[in-house]
Design a protein around this ligand. Structure first.
Ligand code: C5P
Length: 220
């Protein structure tokens, strides 16, 4: 299976987010709402995205005491987001509380192992992935470079979502562990988050199209 692309709506306003989506068209089925946009536009924007038929990944990277995170997961579930993130470093009790609060129909929970802007020791990523698997997470956020090791040590029960994707020859910006779409497809990750590779491009639709055709042409 090819990775599913998720476009990061890393823009400050609803107007800019909807404008970007209009430029991208229906290919951008999955969108990511992160800290910047959620702080400026809040749940109303998520409802507007649902109204447009988009599927929402809420990337707020929860990290707090178990009860607080559990209540936040309940609110996100009520809002209807389909995926959300929390930090594996918040600990097993926090992850389990989130899992319980999510219930059977709530959003898929993805635990961040080590941010792709940081250098990570492979054993550190694997330790966090193990904690995430034991706590019943649906997936982990990890760079493409760790995907194989995660698969080897944990198997395929955890979905892998990788940010830090750059088109061949693209600038790294503040990411330390970047990979191309072809590398992501070969590593067999399930989702990729496409941020500045698309949002900073003069032709975001052509970039998304290029990524999708690389996925289609690259066996996993
Ligand atoms: O622009 P770029 O492709 O670097 O954007 C990556 C996106 O993925 C950003 O929205 C960032 O917050 C997010 N992300 C990340 N590393 C993680 C989790 C999410 O870069 N571990």
């Amino acid at each position: 299976m090819s990775p599913i692309p998720i476009v990061a709506l890393d823009v400050p306003t609803r107007l800019q987010a909807l404008h970007l989506l209009r430029r991208l068209g229906p290919r951008a089925e999955w969108v990511k709402v992160g800290l910047q946009l959620f702080c400026s536009e809040g749940p109303e924007l998520v409802r507007a995205l649902h109204g447009e038929g988009r599927r929402v990944f809420l990337d707020l990277k929860f990290h707090d005491i178990p009860t607080t995170v559990a209540r936040a997961v309940e609110s996100a579930a009520e809002l209807g987001v389909e995926m959300l993130t929390l930090h594996a470093s918040g600990g097993a009790a926090m992850l389990r509380a989130a899992r319980e609060a999510r219930g059977s129909a709530g959003p898929k929970l993805f635990a961040v192992t080590v941010l792709t802007s940081l250098d990570a020791k492979p054993e550190e990523v694997l330790r966090f992935a193990g904690t995430a698997a034991d706590a019943g997470m649906d997936g982990v956020v990890a760079s493409v470079h760790e995907a194989n090791q995660i698969r080897r040590s944990i198997g395929s029960e955890l979905a892998i979502l990788s940010p830090g994707i750059r088109l061949a020859g693209g600038t790294a910006h503040d990411q330390a562990r970047i990979a191309t779409p072809a590398e992501a497809a070969r590593a067999g990750v399930d989702f990729v988050v496409l941020g500045r590779a698309i949002t900073a491009s003069d032709d975001p639709a052509a970039c998304l199209e290029e990524v999708c055709s690389v996925f289609a042409a690259t066996p996993g």
